[in-house]
Write a protein that binds this ligand. Sequence first.
Ligand code: FES
Length: 81
Amino acid sequence: MKLKICVGSSCHLHGSYAVIEELNKVLEKYGVQELVEMQASFCMGQCQHSVNISADEIFLHKLNKENIERVFLEEVYPKIR
Ligand code: FES
């Protein structure tokens, strides 16, 4: 699965780099680094929901380093296993 993490101005200000860092830890924790391709992205036009990630066809909104593991487990993990 391809995860595009927005690093546009709004998402950057809301902590997209902290989300990337935490997401890397989560991928490692669940041993799924090989199943997920992470990519930085410019603004996705969803700034009101920063931080945003697009996971294939869906958007994951309002991400932060506290909720990224839960959102990953609910929205991404079941689709890549
Ligand atoms: S800056 Fe991330 S959606 Fe606009």
